[in-house]
Design a protein around this ligand. Structure first.
Ligand code: SAH
Ligand code: SF4
Length: 384
């Protein structure tokens, strides 16, 4: 029998090239004695052709491919589970190298569709209506893991090499999966810059939408550094209601949030900010709420996305009645705002908004209370 330690799986020490910024990829190859034009070739193989291994890179010499293999890997997340809904929505449970998992969803429309990717395992925020919010933050995802989710979706639909815009089924990315993307901005930004690069996946910034619960300073950074479309999880028109369902509002109240929206670069009638608004029965869905909402956003080029609340086991909330949702939407339309009601997709496979959740550890009720009292203390301290 061989000694026990030889049975342990080898620890991977090679660098993953996927998810490295262009500069980092060039540097990694330079350190191995490869000229910068090699980085250009490899980039093309990774992000235009979708190569899964070095052997596929047929315009590199065999020697070079072997050398690359010695030092580098091309690692995508593994698919731990794939489910397809009766409405065509597809959900993947992605597993990363350390065994952590996150979910990603593809939502097909007629001739296009968006991949919804996660940015964290769990979330530090505890929005009351969100399933992910009951989960402890385990860790931020790396750029490789964020980008990898999109690449796995493309693998699943055979969309390599990168098709022309008109022929793409996977035409958009929404950062609306698990986690708060603006609490992991650097990794999200690296992944999105790779997605946007012309000589690769080449998805324009108008095809990317980042959704945030309202991390004001990072909204400004996102505008300045990425310029992607912005969606704000608004969900209430006044601070009292919003702070009750979204504790982050105590840190960044509506006045500051609305100013960050006004200042968002490119916000215009052609490129409006989306306000997501989850319809919660008896909480935020009356005519008075609609009127307050209209007053709140009247000077911001924006549109609404009304989301019927998707229930999950143990939730204290219910979705507003259909007639209430319709009346609420009508108020907004009458005031000149686009306010479609989002049709829930993939509910049968728990792929709809706010239903994503992996089996990583849950917060106990006590921990949720503790977090809240910590937030309250921080707030008091800040006021002193
Ligand atoms: N953390 C980011 C992005 C992920 S959540 C954010 O909060 O914006 C994606 C969207 O789903 C958000 O608008 C969120 O408020 C909404 N959502 C969360 N739970 C929901 C639920 N149970 N039903 C419907 N929408 C929900
Ligand atoms: Fe986190 Fe967004 Fe869920 Fe709030 S709604 S808990 S920010 S994932």
């Amino acid at each position: 029998m061989p000694p026990m330690d030889t049975l342990a799986p080898p620890v991977e020490t090679r660098t993953n090239l996927i998810g490295l910024s262009r500069e980092a990829l060039t540097l990694a190859l330079l350190e191995r004695g490869e000229k910068p034009f090699r980085a250009k070739q490899v980039w093309h193989w990774l992000y235009h052709q979708g190569a899964r291994d070095f052997a596929a890179m047929t315009d590199l010499s065999k020697d070079l491919r072997v050398r690359l293999e010695d030092h580098f890997v091309l690692r995508r997340p593994a698919v731990a589970r794939e489910q397809t809904s009766t409405d065509g929505t597809r959900k993947w449970l992605m597993e990363f190298a350390d065994g952590q998992k996150a979910e990603s969803v593809f939502i097909p429309e007629d001739d296009r569709g968006a991949v919804c990717v996660s940015s964290q395992v769990g979330c530090t925020l505890t929005c009351r209506f969100c399933h992910t919010g009951t989960q402890r933050l385990v860790r931020n995802l790396t750029s490789a893991e964020i980008l990898g989710q999109f690449m796995v979706a493309r693998d699943s639909y055979g969309e390599w090499p990168t098709p022309n815009d008109e022929r793409r089924m996977i035409s958009n990315i929404v950062l609306m999966g698990m986690g708060e993307p603006l609490y992991n901005f650097d990794e999200v930004a690296t992944a999105m810059r790779i997605v946007m690069a012309d000589d690769g996946i080449a998805l324009g910034k108008r095809r990317i939408t980042l959704s945030t619960s309202g991390v004001v300073p990072e909204i400004r950074r996102c505008g300045a550094e990425l310029g992607v479309n912005l969606a704000i999880s608004l969900h209430a028109p006044d601070d009292d209601t919003r702070s009750m369902i979204m504790p982050i509002n105590k840190k960044y109240p509506l006045k500051e949030l609305m100013q960050a929206c006004r200042d968002y670069p490119g916000a215009s009638n052609a490129r409006r900010i989306t306000f997501e608004y989850v319809m919660l029965k008896g909480i935020n869905d009356t005519a008075a709420h609609a009127r307050a909402l209209i007053r709140l956003v009247r000077d911001i080029p924006c549109k609404f996305n009304l989301i019927p609340f998707n229930p999950w086991p143990g939730t204290p909330y219910e979705c507003s009645d259909a007639a209430t949702v319709e009346a609420f939407a009508q108020h907004l339309w009458d005031a000149g705002f686009s306010a479609p009601v989002r049709t829930p997709r993939g509910r049968d496979i728990l792929a709809a908004c706010g239903q994503l959740k992996t089996d990583s550890e849950k917060l106990s009720a006590k921990e949720i209370r503790l977090r809240e009292s910590e937030a309250a203390w921080a707030e008091k301290e800040a006021a002193l």
